[in-house]
Ligand binder design. Structure first.
Ligand code: S3P
Length: 438
């Protein structure tokens, strides 16, 4: 069923909040624990639709996963060769990470499998993973356009390759490394720009033989993976909506607790600071081998900037939120070098440009970015196109609009951020769900 929000000017954001667990780490924790030997306990697991879909897929592959308490999973790993043939297609839902990483992992199995997804995922490019996996000897069929569903043929003999990826993508890197676990010899991936290294860190923690540095990773085939507990930090990308909301709502002083601060994720902080945001990093510490910190965000006047292209991969999921900040800033913000945004859960450049324009903000769309002239947003009727991050970003911008904003098609917020509306309400935002009658 379709769901909309009515969002309107809220008060300052105050108090302390904690956002749910990291999506990227939650996916990987389930996957690696499933093919390790022994029982792993995952805490801080994201109870989102994307990560639950991944857990369900491993259930279909014969892995027993217990959910004894919210945000906890006990995964009874079956070892590298212990997965069993599924008796139905594996539904990854909305999750690009789920499907692309599973393509790599399933390429090395003895059995056939089929990966399917929802309407949005069914439009997302898969050649970026099927091409390098084919070079390793995998046999995966996609549609003629390189789209899902993916038919992964079992019984392929994989060999390690040396792969220079043309895209800066942690999903591509991880898919190749996962196939590399099943391959002969070593598999090396070099990236055009370093991306999040959760697969590398976690594979090492599970006992794989892996060397990595920013932009490069080499894994040895046929390791014995050992069960390991994973404590998932809070998702920086979910915190991002509250960071922008607090930075732009006059009088705000908000503390966001224990946020994952992996440097490959926190480019938005740097961009917002260049815009004049007041964000303090408090009590930096480690959680489960990842840096975390409390973020204290106070409102300030933001000014437009040219977002440094070097920051783009480190804030790739945060551009919808950045567009909302740019709409509230004085002057022009320019985004370039971000063409990848066009193949996310929606075309995020087009989706945000359309939303901002409806609310009276001047946007000049470019193939690889946009120019956004900050101004006073007005009320209006905007469409998230079923993209969770577009929905939350437009609701954040609505907090500064002069009239009511209807944000359409927001149900997919549950893929990454269950409880967003309630938490937003606690923090001071005004967002009310409405179920359209027609
Ligand atoms: C992710 C990698 C990024 C990111 C996505 C999660 C991951 O995608 O946008 O939300 O968990 O590896 P790309 O690899 O396509 O850049």
């Amino acid at each position: 069923m379709s769901l909309d929000w009515i969002a309107s000017q809220g008060g300052p954001l105050r108090g302390r909040i904690r956002v749910p667990g990291d999506k990227s780490i939650s996916h990987r924790a389930v996957m690696f624990a499933a093919i390790a030997e022994g029982t792993s306990r995952i805490t801080g697991f994201l109870e989102g639709e994307d990560t639950r879909a991944t857990a369900r897929v491993f259930g279909q592959l014969g892995v027993r996963i217990e959910a004894r308490a919210p945000s906890e999973r006990i995964v009874h790993g079956v070892g590298l060769d212990g997965l069993r043939a599924p008796d139905a297609p594996l539904d990854c839902g909305n999750a690009g990470t789920g499907m692309r990483l599973l393509a790599g992992l399933l390429a090395g199995q003895k059995f056939d499998s089929v990966l399917v997804g929802d309407e949005s995922l069914s439009k997302r490019p898969m050649r970026r993973v099927t091409d390098p996996l084919a070079r390793m000897g995998a046999r995966i069929d996609a549609t003629g356009d390189g789209l899902p569903p993916l038919h992964v043929h079992g019984g392929a003999v994989l060999r390690g390759i040396d792969y220079a990826s043309p895209v800066a993508s942690a999903q591509v890197k991880s898919a190749v490394l996962l196939a590399g676990l099943y391959g002969d010899g070593r598999t090396r991936v070099v990236e055009p720009h370093p991306t999040r290294d959760y697969s590398e860190r976690m594979l090492r923690a599970f006992g794989a033989e892996i060397e990595f540095a920013p932009g490069e990773a080499v894994v040895a085939g046929r390791p014995r993976l050992r069960a390991t507990d994973v404590d998932v930090p809070a998702d920086f990308s979910s915190a991002a909506f509250f960071i922008v909301a607090a930075a732009t709502a006059p009088g705000s002083d908000l503390l966001i607790e224990a946020v994952g601060m992996n440097p490959r994720r926190t480019g938005l902080l740097e961009a917002l600071r260049l815009m004049g945001a007041d964000i303090a990093i408090e009590s930096p510490r480690e959680q489960g081998g990842e840096p975390v910190a409390d973020l204290r965000v106070r409102a300030s006047r933001l000014r437009g900037i040219d977002v440094p292209v070097a920051l783009v991969p480190d804030m790739i999921d945060e551009f919808p939120a950045l567009f909302a900040a740019a709409a509230c800033a004085d002057g022009l913000t320019t985004v370039s070098g971000a063409a990848e945004l066009r193949v996310k859960e929606s075309d995020r450049i087009a989706a945000m440009a359309a939303g901002l324009r409806t609310l009276g903000i001047v946007v000049d769309e470019r193939p690889d970015g946009a120019m956004i002239e900050g101004g006073q947003a007005r009320g209006g009727d905007v469409d998230s196109l079923g993209d969770h991050r577009i929905a939350m970003s437009l609701a954040v911008l609505a907090q500064r609009a002069s009239g009511e904003v209807r944000v359409r098609d927001v149900a997919n917020v549950a893929t990454s951020f269950p409880g967003f509306v309630e938490l937003a309400g606690d923090a001071g935002l005004r967002i009310a769900p409405v179920i359209p009658t027609a």
